[in-house]
Design a protein around this ligand. Structure first.
Ligand SMILES: [Zn+2]
Length: 138
């Protein structure tokens, strides 16, 4: 795994293998999820892949009623909204992802601080198949 470039495409490749991976700066120790090739904190370029535990908690969310094309194809629309959120990982970094297991029609019932666990969503078929990052209640 050390040979993969620190790019979004490697990140998605790992998701396909059901791994949530980040890059850790070997100069200052900062973790980046999704990975970065250059550290924005110290401009170091010496990175190593680190697998995240997949545990985290909800720090912000929004419910989406007007879905982008990829989500329309996945069956979401005005009548079937979905929730995306910012999840703070146990290791520190925050990532944005779809939040499963909550009711997007009742945002008042979605609680900041809800413990979450990583989930991997498969969408599309054949060549179009891709794995997306999501979190569900743990
Ligand atoms: Zn750094």
């Amino acid at each position: 795994m050390g040979d993969r470039e620190f790019t979004a495409s490697s990140f998605y490749q790992f998701l396909g293998e059901r791994k949530l991976m980040g890059s850790q700066c070997q100069s200052c120790g900062t973790l980046h999820v999704p990975p970065r090739a250059i550290c924005p904190d110290c401009y170091g370029a010496d990175m190593e892949w680190v697998e995240m535990s997949g545990e985290g908690e909800l720090v912000a969310f929004t419910t989406i009623h007007i879905a982008p094309t990829a989500m329309l194809e996945a069956g979401y629309d005005r009548k079937n909204p979905y929730c995306t959120g910012i999840v703070q990982l146990a290791e520190g970094p925050a990532v944005s992802a779809q939040i499963l297991g909550v009711d997007p029609t009742k945002p008042q019932e979605i609680e900041i601080g809800t413990p979450l666990r990583v989930a991997f969503i498969q969408r599309g078929e054949g060549e179009q198949a891709r794995t997306y990052l999501a979190f569900e209640r743990s």
